[in-house]
Ligand binder design. Structure first.
Ligand code: ZN
Ligand code: ZN
Length: 360
């Protein structure tokens, strides 16, 4: 047997006021309209309504307290859930959840791909995009009505675009809200449809749009521009536009998140004795980096805040200068002599000179 106190989450000595408050809260939370993606919402909602129906009625509550079973018969003369609900939520279908207009008429989501170079992705850019999509009809401005006519409110649904139907369940009557069959959810009727769009209020057009790319986007970033997709039919809301970012490779940098890596190749003498290297920045300038004597291959020098700005938050990544020491793979006779002298002084034991091949 169901424990109605448990379902409502109230004590057994709860006052009518507490029960009413608790029901109001739970009914809102579990109402199927508020949980369109949750298939269990309706049964939870029914339990809550059933618990309230019993506990809010002092006679039924007393019977329940005595341990009497409540079967379907309890609800056969049930005044109707909708009545209880309208008492709480102001009736007429909406329940205060503001159900959107018929989703079938919402405009299409559109997607465009955008190639950006590293600096554009880092600092943001304003780009023109062009794509074919349903757009608001230029003749009727989206109203769907022919010139000289205006849409009139639908009589069936009173302009709401939705109608309320009541269906009987074992609990009593349950109310559902569906798209108005007369106006197909649009809330108004066009007597003389616009000849350009056949009354839909939209036509396929080449849409030109300026898109502001924020700083910090990366390869694969998908930006959503709410309401910039295809126009909806019959005045329904437009879809969204998705911009898919593709980052063009930059030979100077490898990007890892917000950090940039730049590789420098030092000669043996430079790494050994120290040097100064010019390192490019995405801003466009170069910067001098001091390489101290005795720098080992694989050493990384970090230049703070010269990487890519973070997407939609403050700060930016670092620029990491990775040191590679290039070992010569061929030497002139003079260079080899110098290196052999060096090896001797260091006590190194390189292979003896081979017979000199003719250099090309
Ligand atoms: Zn039109
Ligand atoms: Zn209607």
């Amino acid at each position: 047997m169901k424990d109605y106190y448990d379902i409502l989450g109230v004590d057994r000595d709860a006052t009518q006021d507490e029960i009413k408050k608790r029901f109001r809260k739970l009914a809102r939370e579990t109402h199927p309209d508020a949980n369109p993606d949750d298939p269990t919402a309706e049964s939870r909602f029914r339990d809550v309504a059933e618990a309230y129906e019993v506990l809010s009625d002092t006679q039924k509550r007393a019977r329940f307290d005595r341990g009497e079973e409540f079967g379907a018969d309890l609800f056969s003369n049930f005044g109707g859930l909708d009545e209880i609900l309208s008492q709480f939520f102001g009736g007429a279908g909406g329940f205060g959840f503001g159900r959107a207009a018929a989703p079938s008429h919402r405009g299409q989501d559109m997607a465009v791909a955008m190639d950006l170079d590293l600096a554009e992705a880092a600092f943001g850019v304003s780009r023109e995009v062009s794509f074919r999509a349903p757009a608001s009809c230029s003749v009727c401005s989206g109203s769907g009505a022919a010139e000289g006519h205006t849409p009139i409110p639908c009589g069936t649904c009173g302009g709401h675009g939705q109608v309320q139907t009541t269906r009987n369940t074992f609990l009593g009557s349950m109310m559902t809200v569906t798209e108005c069959p007369t106006c197909r959810g649009r809330g108004s009727i066009v007597e003389e449809p616009c000849p350009n769009c056949a009354g839909e209020g939209r036509t396929n057009e080449q849409v030109e749009l300026t898109v502001e790319i924020p700083p910090g986007v990366d390869d694969g970033t998908r930006l959503r521009l709410t309401g910039r997709g295809g126009a909806g039919a019959y005045g329904s809301p437009p879809g969204d536009l998705y911009v898919q970012v593709k980052l063009l490779p930059d030979p100077r940098f490898e990007r890892v998140g917000s950090d940039l890596h730049h590789l420098v190749h030092l000669g043996v003498a430079e790494a050994t004795l120290g040097t100064i290297v010019r390192v490019p920045l995405i801003e466009g300038d170069d910067v001098d980096v001091d390489i101290p004597p005795g720098t080992q291959p694989g050493t990384v020098f970090r230049i703070g805040r010269k990487g890519v700005p973070h997407l939609r938050r403050r700060g930016r990544g670092d620029l990491l200068v990775n040191v590679d020491v290039a070992i010569p793979d061929s030497l002139s006779a003079e260079q080899e002599d110098a290196l052999r002298t060096y090896a001797e002084l260091r006590g190194e034991q390189p292979l003896p000179p081979r017979k000199r091949r003719k250099r090309r």
